[in-house]
Design a protein around this ligand. Structure first.
Ligand code: ADP
Ligand code: MG
Length: 388
């Protein structure tokens, strides 16, 4: 068991006295619903069986002693719960400290220190939200060991708040939400506006979900993300002037977009077209899942990829190449997962094609780009919890 090794390391470093808890918070993938969160729409994630393990003990003094088995070279990083603020030298500990700070901002001041040891088994830089898992894990520990009364939804929101405000990353709510509320063998459709969610059973007995990490992250990602958000806002503003009920692109349809297309740039209209299409695709996937029609789910994934590549224009040669390989191998569905410009494709593959697809994709990609994509099998797991 992974967690037993993590617990042993904690005891070796920090001693075995006192009330020690072992916790886990998972990473996530998003099945469909990309770039919909900041447009008030739906996303469709699930939690994974991989994530971050944490062993923690509340201290009687103000001291923080943090150690990560993923950053052993940094050793034990010590600080204090007094005057929490982001510091470059604090490195990864800015994530758990951010959550402690966020509890304080929400009226729950953390007055006692903590010994905390982490181990994560999410492959680095694959966009599976290890940062959200660290935040959710920390929030869970604070609730469990410090007696704060916070709901699961607040745990997710506090995680997002800390990442936004303490770590300066403009993330939506999906990652933390999936890490808290994930359920094995289920996807969850989350309404990013109301935060209502619904589970959809995922039992594709003839198919597997697999990620291929392109191993690239193009510089463009951040600036393009902000530009896309701006495009969506521009179109939403034009829509609001004509349709008073509209709050964001989530409330629009193609006819409405057509009505305002002379008031926005051609480029902005094309971005909005993708977002509206993606809103329908999420709902179509829900229907397909209720009918156990995984071929239809796959078709929607290909459509999303096409939209992200040709309308939203957040793809890159590497991701389009992996998508083309998937198509030519006869894979059921494949698309960019995450913001774009690198990271992973998520692929729905029939069991009999799996070996051929993964082998072909690895070889062809390596020949073309000189690096081998990393293959990660998606196994859907439960949300954050105490293990011992
Ligand atoms: P991701 O897509 O995985 O969330 P981020 O860049 O947002 O990627 O977050 C990764 C950062 O989160 C790491 O650089 C580190 O600071 C922190 N982190 C994630 N997992 C761990 C861990 N197991 N131990 C310590 N820090 C971690
Ligand atoms: Mg992150």
């Amino acid at each position: 068991m992974v967690w037993e090794n993590v617990l042993a390391k904690f005891k070796e470093l920090f001693g075995d006295e006192g009330e020690i808890g072992v916790y886990f918070a998972p990473g996530r993938v998003n099945m469909i619903g990309e770039h919909t969160d900041y447009n008030g729409g739906h996303v469709f994630p699930c939690a994974l069986t991989i994530g971050t393990y944490g062993v923690a003990r509340r201290r009687e003094d103000k001291k923080l002693r943090f150690y990560s088995m993923n950053f052993e070279q940094l050793g034990v990083i010590e600080s204090s719960v007094v005057g929490l603020k982001p510091e470059k030298e604090a490195d990864w500990t800015n994530y758990p400290k951010g959550v402690m700070w966020a509890f304080g901002e929400k009226g729950m001041e953390v007055t006692n220190g903590m010994d905390l040891l982490l181990f994560g088994n999410i492959p680095n830089g694959s966009g599976l939200s290890s940062s959200a898992s660290v935040e959710v894990l920390t929030g869970y520990i604070l609730r469990d060991q410090y007696g704060f009364e916070v709901s699961n939804q607040e745990l997710a929101l506090i995680g997002q708040f800390s990442e936004n405000k303490f770590n300066g990353v403009n993330c939506g709510i999906m990652d933390q939400f999936a890490s808290v509320f994930g359920k094995a063998e289920n996807l969850m459709r989350l309404d990013c506006r109301s935060l209502q969610y619904k589970y959809f059973p995922w039992h594709p007995k003839d198919y597997r979900l697999v990620l291929l990490n392109s191993q690239v992250k193009h510089e463009l990602a951040n600036s393009a993300y902000n530009q896309r958000r701006k495009s969506c806002e521009n179109v939403a503003e034009a829509l609001k002037r004509r349709f008073p009920g509209v709050k964001s692109l989530r409330d629009a349809n193609y006819d409405m977009l057509d009505d305002v297309k002379n008031e926005v740039s051609e480029e902005d209209a094309l971005r909005a077209k993708y977002v509206i299409g993606e809103k329908y695709r999420v709902m179509e996937v829900c229907v397909a899942l209720e009918e156990d029609d995984y071929e239809e789910v796959g078709r929607k994934m290909f459509e999303t990829h096409h939209g992200l590549s040709k309308e939203y224009e957040v793809s890159c040669p590497e991701l389009d190449f992996l998508n083309d390989v998937a198509k030519s191998c006869g894979v059921t569905g494949s698309r960019i997962m995450g913001g774009g410009f690198g990271g992973c494709t998520i692929n729905l593959v029939s069991n009999e094609l799996y070996d051929n697809f993964v082998g072909t994709a690895k070889q062809a990609y390596k020949e073309k780009f000189g690096i081998e994509p990393i293959c990660i099998d998606v196994v859907i797991g439960d949300g954050s919890r105490r293990l011992c």
